[in-house]
Design a protein around this ligand. Structure first.
Ligand code: FES
Length: 103
């Protein structure tokens, strides 16, 4: 387990959008919801690896841009009837800054 890292200002992530973070283990996508919560998932759809960072956030879910699977931001699980899970990481907002802890 690593420490929390300061990623960016919350305002640097568009509402209902995301920001890509490069890591040694691959890209992560950090999403911002309409009510300014943040979630981090590997940027790889559990279906066929589509870039979730290019999807649209609605509520607590993101729609994969490739074939439209819905992925729950807080768990990384695909919404039924689709099945699969993408690895999630901890993210939070503190004093207007997005903090990330890569699992
Ligand atoms: S790759 Fe995401 S829905 Fe197919």
């Amino acid at each position: 387990m690593t420490d929390w890292k300061n990623l960016c200002a919350l305002e640097d992530i568009p509402r209902l959008g995301s920001r890509v973070v490069k890591t040694a283990g691959g890209d992560l996508a950090v999403f911002r919801t309409s009510d300014d919560r943040v979630f981090a998932l590997n940027d790889k759809c559990p279906h066929k690896g589509g870039p979730l960072s290019q999807g649209i956030v609605s509520g607590d879910r993101v729609t994969c841009p490739m074939h439209g699977w819905l992925i729950e931001l807080d768990s990384g699980n695909a919404v039924a009837p689709d099945q699969g899970c993408v690895k999630r990481h901890e993210a939070r907002v503190e004093a207007g800054q997005v903090l990330l802890r890569i699992a």
